[in-house]
Design a protein around this ligand. Structure first.
Ligand SMILES: Cc1cc2nc3c(=O)[nH]c(=O)nc-3n(C[C@H](O)[C@H](O)[C@H](O)COP(=O)(O)OP(=O)(O)OC[C@H]3O[C@@H](n4cnc5c(N)ncnc54)[C@H](O)[C@@H]3O)c2cc1C
Length: 386
C-alpha cells in the first residue's frame, strides 16, 4: 500500500540500502534502489547478526527466513594455543542469540523480499541536489525526483562526498582481513568463536549448508598482498589450535579474499542535508571488531522508516532520525575501536597476558554482558502511517 504518493530513491543496494527499501515500502513509500553494480550480489564470506539486528529483520518481515538460514553462534574466545578465555554454554550461549550466516544469503533474502522492479542495477548515481538524483547507466544519463533520498552507498559514498565534502576520507584501521568459506561441508571438530594471538584474530563459524566460514584479521600495513594467500595465512596461524589447520586445508586457495579495513573515523555532524539522509557505512563505517556494521545499517533503516511513519513532516522525521541514530552509531563505533584495541590489535606481551588473565577469571556473563549495550536494542514496530 503506497500512501500519499511519497517516493524515495535509495542509492546503493547493499545490506543497508535493501533494508531501507524494505522498511520504507512496509510503511507505504514507493521506492527505487539505484545500484551501480551490473549484478546485485555480496561477497562470499560469513556474517554475524546479533539480537539488535535480528529484531530489525523481524520488522522487515524476513526474521523467520533468516532464522532458517543461519546458525546460532555461542560466544567463545580462545588463546591461539586453544586455552579457553571465554566459554559460554547452555542458557548463557543462547541468551546472546548471535547467529552466523553467509553474507550473500542475507543479501539475497532482503532482495527477494522486494518486488523485482524496485532495484535498478547498472545505475551509478553521479549527482544529487536535494530531491533530484542523477544517475548514469548503459543508456546514458537519467534523473529521478523524489521526496527523500537515502544515501546507502557505502564507506566511499559518492553522495556523502558531494553533499558533505567536509567529512574526512575514510582512514585505515590498521588491519587486513582474509575471509573464506570451505569448499565442501565441514565434517571436522566444532568451528566455534574466535581465537587471539598477538595482533591477530582467527574467527570461524558453521553455516546452514554445512560449510564453515573463517576469517583472519592481522595488524598489517594497507595493501599487504601475497601471491599465495593460503600460504600467507598458514605461515601466521598454521600452528594454532584445532581445527584451524584442518579448516585451512579444507579451503580452496582461490576462495580466500583479503580486504584492508577502513573506517569513517569522523562521523558527519548531521546525517541529514535537506531531503538527503545518510545510512549505513555511508554515515558511520566502523571497524568490524564488534560485527556490527550491517547491524547498525539495519537499525538505521527501521528507525528512519518508523520516524517517517510517525509524522506528516519529512523534515521533522529526518531530524528525529538524526537525533536517534548519530549518538548510537558513534557509541557502537567507539566500542568497536576499543574492542579491537583490547582484542585483535593488541601485541604488547604484558597487556596480552593481563587481558587473557582477566577474561579467564571473569564469568562469561560478565565478559559477554558488556555486549548488552549493543544487543539489548530493539527495533521500533514498523507500521504505515494511519
Ligand atoms: C571483514 C569485515 C567483516 C564484517 N563482519 C560483519 C559482521 O559480522 N556483522 C555485521 O553486522 N557487519 C559486519 N561487517 C560490516 C558490514 O559488512 C558493513 O557495515 C555493511 O555491509 C554495510 O552495508 P552498506 O549497505 O551500508 O554498504 P555497502 O555494503 O558498502 O553497500 C553499498 C552499495 O552501494 C553501491 N554504490 C556505491 N556507490 C554507488 C553509486 N554512486 N551509485 C549507485 N550505487 C553505488 C555499492 O556498489 C554497494 O552495493 C564487516 C565488514 C568487514 C569489512
Amino acid at each position: 500500500m503506497m500512501l500519499d504518493g511519497r517516493s524515495a530513491v535509495v542509492v546503493g543496494g547493499g545490506i543497508g540500502g535493501l533494508a531501507a527499501a524494505l522498511a520504507l515500502r512496509r510503511t507505504g513509500w514507493a521506492v527505487t534502489v539505484l545500484e551501480r553494480a551490473p549484478q546485485i550480489r555480496e561477497v562470499g564470506a560469513g556474517l554475524t547478526i546479533m539480537e539488535n539486528g535480528l529484531s530489525c529483520l523481524n520488522q522487515l518481515g524476513v526474521g523467520e527466513r533468516i532464522r532458517q538460514m543461519s546458525v546460532l553462534q555461542p560466544p567463545a574466545i580462545r588463546r591461539w594455543d586453544g586455552q579457553w578465555l571465554v566459554r559460554a554454554t547452555g542458557a548463557a550461549a543462547v541468551r546472546v542469540g548471535t547467529v552466523g550466516m553467509h553474507r550473500a544469503e542475507l543479501h539475497r533474502i532482503l532482495l527477494e523480499a522486494l518486488p523485482s522492479e524496485v532495484v535498478r542495477t547498472d545505475a551509478t548515481v553521479v549527482g544529487v541536489a536535494d530531491g533530484t538524483v542523477r544517475y548514469a547507466d548503459s543508456g546514458g544519463e537519467g534523473e529521478i525526483v523524489a521526496d527523500l533520498v537515502v544515501a546507502a552507498d557505502g564507506i566511499r559514498s559518492t553522495v556523502r562526498n558531494l553533499l558533505w565534502p567536509e567529512v574526512p576520507a575514510p582512514s585505515y584501521g590498521g588491519s587486513t582481513v582474509w575471509r573464506a568459506v570451505t569448499a565442501e561441508p565441514w565434517t571436522g571438530s566444532d568451528v566455534l568463536g574466535f581465537s587471539w594471538g598477538p595482533g591477530m584474530e582467527f574467527g570461524m563459524g558453521p553455516m546452514v549448508d554445512g560449510r564453515a566460514y573463517w576469517y583472519l584479521a592481522v595488524n598489517a600495513p594497507p595493501g599487504t598482498r601475497h601471491d599465495d594467500q593460503l600460504a600467507a595465512v598458514r605461515a601466521l596461524v598454521g600452528d594454532w589450535h584445532d581445527p584451524i589447520p584442518e579448516l585451512l586445508a579444507a579451503t580452496d586457495p582461490e576462495a580466500i579474499r583479503p580486504d584492508d579495513i577502513y573506517q569513517l573515523a569522523t562521523h558527519p555532524a548531521s546525517f541529514v542535508r535537506g531531503k538527503v539522509v545518510l545510512l549505513g557505512d555511508a554515515a558511520h563505517a566502523m571497524l568490524p571488531t564488534l560485527g556490527q556494521g550491517a547491524g547498525q545499517a539495519m537499525e538505521d533503516a527501521v528507525v528512519l522508516a518508523a520516524e517517517l511513519a510517525r509524522t506528516t513532516s519529512i523534515t521533522d522525521a529526518l531530524a528525529a532520525y538524526d537525533r536517534a541514530r548519530r549518538p548510537r552509531a558513534r557509541r557502537i563505533a567507539n566500542l568497536a575501536r576499543l574492542s579491537g584495541a583490547m582484542g585483535q590489535r593488541l601485541t604488547n606481551g604484558a597487556l596480552v597476558g593481563l587481558r587473557n588473565a582477566a577474561y579467564r577469571a571473569l564469568p562469561p556473563a560478565m565478559t559477554i554482558g558488556t555486549l548488552g549495550v549493543v544487543t539489548n536494542w530493539r527495533a521500533p514496530v514498523l507500521a504505515a502511517r494511519g
